[in-house]
Design a protein around this ligand. Sequence first.
Ligand code: C5P
Length: 237
Amino acid sequence: VRRGCGLCVALDAPDLASAERWAEAAAPFAGLLKVGLELFSAEGGEAVRRIARHRPVFLDVKLHDIPNTVAGAVRALAPLGPAWITIHAAGGAAMVAAAREAAEKAAKGGNDADRPRILAVTVLTSLDAAALAETGVAGGPVQQVLRLARLAVSAGADGLVCSPREVAPIRAALGDGPALVVPGVRPAGSAADDQARTATPEEMAAAGADWVVVGRPITRAPDPAAAARAIAAALAA
Ligand code: C5P
């Protein structure tokens, strides 16, 4: 039996004041709010603390370093209270395991439900087969996504960030266990912006996504709350 699919709103703002306005508008319809590298670099931990007052935070910092350093970063981020922290699966199994272990040790009162979940990014969607080959990866994106997805989940990642077209193959390969979080989602009829391959919220819910990440169709809408409400309703239908 599949679980439902929730809405995560990407608060891609250069400053906390704008992000908080969007958070306030979207919070009644969103299960998660995403703080990315731009906002985190500008405002630091305060961005996570403040946004977390509205909804649980998906902290998209895509950590990638030696295991000891990544563990230290997860340890430092955990007290800010993010529900999810992203790491790069390409950092290797030991790095993924170190992130998971640091997250478990940071669980408040030893309660596992209260720790940050570790979400692994496989291949950046900005890399096509040619760009990937330049980095020494010959097999093409899909093969590499599945390889890194398996590696990350067996090393302890709680879930994966993936593109719309990867949801079905990853579910087929890895089953219902890992949480799948999917950006590049656009409601039918809305602008693609710079997203090359998009899918609708309904398609992603049917394919087995747990969360869809939507930014600009909500944050740039004349009425962000109405835009978020419509997407949440589509996911619930
Ligand atoms: O505005 P939009 O809905 O395109 O925002 C999507 C969000 O998801 C952005 O924060 C973007 O950085 C993130 N993302 C993405 N594609 C990926 C990984 C992350 O669009 N492959």
